[in-house]
Design a protein around this ligand. Structure first.
Ligand code: ATP
Ligand code: MG
Length: 424
C-alpha cells in the first residue's frame, strides 16, 4: 500500500532535532520569565474576520497566505498566521487589558500558504512577546534587551544584527504617505501588480516589497525620517539614546516597515546573513492602534516574534543534545526481564534523576551489551539465569577498565547512589 505523505511545507521535527528545539525554547522562556512575562495560550483557529481586521485586508498574509475555510456551520475560520491578533482578542475577551500593565509570551505553530523554501514553511513556529499598557520607549528598549540576552544565551549574539526604524506618529505617516505616493506615481510603469494595488491602499507596504525592481525604486524614495514631527523625533532620539546607554548596537533601516495603519514608532528586525533571503529571525514593533481596532480602548502595545525554524537553523544540533543514558539494563530470559523491570523501577525510585534505559526487546547478552555500549551509558546492569538463581546482579562499567561486580540489590542501589548523587 502507498504511504501517505505530509503536507508540503509542513515539517516533522524529529528526535535528532527536538533537543535543540527544546533547549532554545527553554532559554527563551527562562529569559522572558525573569523579565516578568507570563505565558498565555489561545486557539490555533479563530474567526477569519479577526485576522482580516487586525492584519489588514491589503497584506500578503490576508490576500494570499491565509488558511481560511468554512467549517460545518458555514462560519469562516482561519488557522492563525501569527499570534498578535489572537493574543489581543483573548486579552480583550478576558478583561486583561483595562488599565493594566501586561507582559505576555506565547509559543506555537502558525500557518501561512507561502511557497515553501529554506526558512519559509506553511506550518512554522513562533515564540511571541506582547506587552500592553506601556508607552515607550523604556519598554521598547526592554524588549530589545530581552532579545539581546536571548542571543547571548544561545551564543548567537555575533550572528544576528538589529535593524531599527521608526514609523512615527500617525500624523507623521500621513504626511509621508502623500510624498511617497507622489514619488512612486512617477514610476507606475515599473511597479508590479501588487505594488500598483498598494499604491492606493497601503503605499508604505511597497517599501518592503521583495521584488528587486521595486527595491531599486525604493532606494531613492522619500524617507520617513524627513517627515518626523516633534513628538516622533523626540521618541526616536530617546530610544536611540537609551540603546546607546545600554551598548546595544543597531543599524537604522529606513525600508523597514510594518505597513499597517495601527503600527507606530518603533519597528525592528533581528537579521542574519546566514539564511539567504529568509534572514529575519525575530521581528517586532509598536502597535498602539490595534487594541482599539479590535474593539478595546486605546492601549499602548509593543511586541515581537521569534521565527523558531530560522533560529534553530542557526544553532548546531550537537550543542544542545540532551540524550544521555547513565545506566542500561540488560536481561535475558523471561524471569530476568520481569525482575529487571521491577528492579529498574526501584532504582528510579531511589535515584529519580537517573537516566535508565531498560532493554525491552529480544537479543542475547552480546547483542544487548553492544546496544548498551552504543547508548553511551556508564554502566550496564546485567541479569540472567545465574544472577536470578543467586539473587545477585552484575554491574559492569562500560567506560572504565574495572572488573564487573556481583552485587545484591541493596548494594547495587548504594553503588549507583554513590556514583551519581554527587553529580546531580
Ligand atoms: P518575511 O518577510 O520573511 O516573510 P514576515 O514579515 O512575513 O517575514 P512576521 O509576520 O513578522 O514575518 O513574522 C515574524 C517572524 O516569523 C519572521 O521574522 C520569521 O522569522 C518567522 N516567519 C514568518 N513567516 C514564516 C514562514 N513562512 N516560515 C518560517 N518562518 C516564518
Ligand atoms: Mg511573510
Amino acid at each position: 500500500m502507498q504511504t501517505i505523505q505530509s503536507i508540503r511545507g509542513m515539517n516533522d521535527i524529529l528526535p535528532a532535532d527536538t533537543a535543540c528545539w527544546s533547549a532554545a525554547e527553554a532559554i527563551i522562556k527562562s529569559v522572558v520569565t525573569r523579565y516578568g512575562f507570563q505565558e498565555i495560550r489561545f486557539p490555533i483557529v479563530e474567526k477569519t474576520e479577526l485576522f482580516k481586521r487586525s492584519i489588514g485586508e491589503v497584506t500578503d498574509i490576508v490576500e494570499k497566505e491565509m488558511y481560511a475555510f468554512e467549517d460545518r456551520n458555514g462560519d469562516s475560520l482561519a488557522l492563525r498566521p501569527e499570534g498578535t491578533a489572537g493574543c489581543v482578542r483573548a486579552c480583550l475577551e478576558n478583561g486583561l487589558l483595562a488599565g493594566q500593565l501586561q507582559r505576555f509570551w506565547y509559543s506555537g505553530p502558525m500557518f501561512r500558504h507561502e511557497r515553501p523554501q529554506k526558512g519559509r514553511y506553511r506550518q512554522f513556529h513562533q515564540i511571541g512577546l506582547e506587552t500592553f499598557g506601556m508607552e515607550g520607549p523604556l519598554i521598547d528598549v526592554e524588549l530589545l534587551l530581552i532579545c539581546q540576552r536571548i542571543w547571548q544565551a544561545l551564543e548567537l549574539d555575533d550572528r544576528v544584527q538589529l535593524q531599527l526604524n521608526s514609523l512615527g506618529s500617525p500624523e507623521t505617516r500621513k504626511a509621508y504617505r502623500q510624498a511617497l505616493v507622489d514619488y512612486l506615481c512617477q514610476y507606475k510603469a515599473d511597479l508590479d501588480e501588487d505594488s500598483m494595488r498598494r499604491l492606493e491602499t497601503n503605499p508604505l507596504r511597497i517599501l518592503d516589497s521583495k521584488n528587486p525592481k521595486t527595491q531599486e525604486l525604493v532606494v531613492n524614495a522619500p524617507k520617513l525620517v524627513d517627515f518626523f514631527d516633534g513628538e516622533t523625533q523626540q521618541y526616536w532620539d530617546n530610544l536611540l539614546k537609551l540603546l546607546d546607554d545600554h551598548g546595544v548596537s543597531y543599524q537604522i533601516n529606513t525600508a523597514l516597515v510594518r505597513g499597517l495603519d495601527y503600527y507606530s514608532h518603533t519597528v525592528f528586525e533581528w537579521v542574519t546573513n546566514e539564511l539567504g533571503a529568509q534572514g529575519t529571525v525575530c521581528a517586532g514593533g509598536r502597535y498602539d492602534g490595534l487594541v482599539e481596532l479590535l474593539g478595546g480602548k486605546h492601549t499602548a502595545a509593543i511586541g515581537c516574534a521569534f521565527g523558531m525554524e530560522r533560529l534553530v537553523m542557526l544553532l548546531s544540533t550537537k550543542q544542545f543534545s540532551d540524550q544521555k543514558v547513565d545506566v542500561y539494563l540488560v536481561s535475558v530470559g523471561e524471569a530476568a526481564q520481569i525482575y529487571g523491570q521491577l528492579l529498574a523501577e526501584r532504582i528510579r525510585n531511589a535515584l529519580p534523576e537517573i537516566h535508565l534505559l531498560m532493554h525491552a526487546g529480544a537479543g542475547n547478552f552480546k547483542s544487548q551489551l553492544k546496544k548498551a555500549d552504543k547508548s553511551g551509558a556508564d554502566y550496564a546492569i546485567i541479569l540472567g539465569e545465574n544472577e536470578l538463581e543467586n539473587q545477585q546482579i552484575t554491574l559492569k562499567s562500560l567506560r572504565k577498565d574495572i572488573n564487573q561486580q556481583l552485587l545484591s540489590e541493596i548494594e547495587l542501589i548504594k553503588t549507583l547512589t554513590k556514583a551519581y548523587t554527587c553529580q546531580f
